[in-house]
Design a protein around this ligand. Structure first.
Ligand code: NAP
Length: 270
C-alpha cells in the first residue's frame, strides 16, 4: 500500500510515523514545501522518501493532504492532473466546508473524501510529531450527499489501526461542532491570556492558569485560517459564549445561586 502525504508538519509527520510503525508493507512518500522539511521528515522516520515535488505521489494509492488550509485549494488543483483517476485523495484540515468546495473542481470529485483527525498538540511543526496523537481520538469524515465512501474502506481501516475512531457527518455539521469544541476554545484561551497579561502578573499563575492559556500558544497563522474559513460558525459560538459569560457575571455580581451555577458547569463538563 502506497500512501502519499503532502505536508509534513505536526499532522502529516505524525501520520507518517503512525502508518510506518503499523506495517512495513505501508510505503509512505512525503512532500513538503521546503527541502529541509523533506529531509527532516526522512531523518525522523516519518516517511520512506520525501521531496518538494508533488509529482512524486503520482504512484500512490491514496494521497493525504496535510498542508495548512490556505494551501489546500492549490494542492488539489495541481494533484488532479498528476495522479491517475483511481487514486483516492483525502485531507486532514480542521474546517471541512471550503475543502469540499475546492475538491469539486477535480474532474472526478467522488475520489475525494474530506477528513479531520480531531487530534493534535498546542504547537505545530514536524518536531512535535508523535505517532500516538491519533490514539483514541475521533477522525471525522465528511462525505458529500450521496457519496459512496466504500472506496475509502482501506483508509478507514488504517485510521482505525492507528488508534482513531472514524465517524461521518456532513461538512457543515462538522464545522459547527468544531467551532464550539475546538475553535472557540482557542479564541477563549487567547482572549483569557490577553486579559491576564494586561491586568495581572502571569508569573504568579499556577497549573489552572497554565491549563487555560495552553491553547493560546498555538500557531496564530493556523488559527487565523480557521477563523477565516469557519467565520460564521465561530462568530455564532462566541455569541453563545458571550451570553453565558454575561449570565455568570450577573449571578456572581448579585451573589445569586452561584453554587448552582458552578454545579451546572461540573455537570456540563462530564
Ligand atoms: P504544520 O505543522 O505547520 O505543517 C504544515 C506542513 O505543510 C509543513 O511540512 C509545510 O512544509 C507543508 N506545506 C505547506 N505548504 C505546502 C505546499 N504548498 N505543498 C506541500 N507542503 C506544504 O501544520 P499542522 O499543524 O500539521 O496542520 C496541517 C493541517 O492539519 C492543517 O490543515 C490543520 O488545519 C490540520 N490539523 C491540525 C491540527 C493541529 O493540532 N495542529 C489538528 C487537526 C488538523 P514546510 O515545513 O516545508 O513549510
Amino acid at each position: 500500500m502506497r500512501v502519499g502525504i503532502v505536508g509534513l508538519g505536526l499532522i502529516g509527520g505524525s501520520l507518517g510515523l503512525a502508518l510506518r510503525r503499523l506495517r512495513h508493507s505501508i510505503d509512505v512518500t512525503g512532500v513538503a514545501r521546503r527541502a529541509e522539511s523533506a529531509a527532516a521528515a526522512m531523518q525522523r522516520g516519518a516517511v520512506n522518501r520525501a521531496s518538494t515535488d508533488l509529482s512524486d505521489v503520482s504512484d500512490c494509492d491514496i494521497v493525504v493532504i496535510a498542508t495548512p488550509i490556505d494551501q489546500i485549494a492549490g494542492v488539489i488543483e495541481r494533484l488532479g492532473p498528476i495522479v491517475p483517476a483511481g487514486t483516492l485523495i483525502t485531507d486532514v484540515a480542521s474546517v471541512k466546508r471550503p475543502v469540499i468546495g475546492w475538491a469539486k473542481r477535480l474532474s472526478n470529485p467522488s475520489r475525494f473524501l474530506g477528513g479531520h483527525p480531531v487530534a493534535g498538540k498546542a504547537q505545530s511543526g514536524l518536531e512535535e510529531s508523535d505517532a500516538a496523537i491519533f490514539d483514541r481520538e475521533p477522525w471525522i469524515f465528511t462525505p458529500t450527499q450521496g457519496q459512496d465512501v466504500r472506496p475509502f474502506d482501506i483508509w478507514f481501516e488504517m485510521v482505525r489501526a492507528i488508534g482513531a475512531t472514524p465517524s461521518f457527518m456532513p461538512a457543515d455539521a462538522h464545522d459547527q461542532q468544531m467551532a464550539l469544541l475546538s475553535h472557540l476554545a482557542f479564541a477563549l484561551s487567547s482572549a483569557f491570556a490577553e486579559t491576564v497579561h494586561r491586568n495581572a502578573d502571569s508569573t504568579l499563575g499556577g497549573p489552572g492558569y497554565r491549563g487555560m492559556v495552553r491553547l493560546a500558544g498555538g500557531d496564530p497563522a493556523m488559527y487565523e485560517a480557521i477563523a477565516r474559513e469557519n467565520r460564521d460558525a465561530l462568530v455564532d459560538a462566541i455569541d453563545r459564549f458571550d451570553a453565558v459569560l454575561h449570565r455568570y457575571r450577573q449571578r456572581i455580581a448579585t451573589g445569586t445561586r452561584v453554587k448552582e451555577l458552578f454545579s451546572e458547569g461540573v455537570h456540563a463538563a462530564r
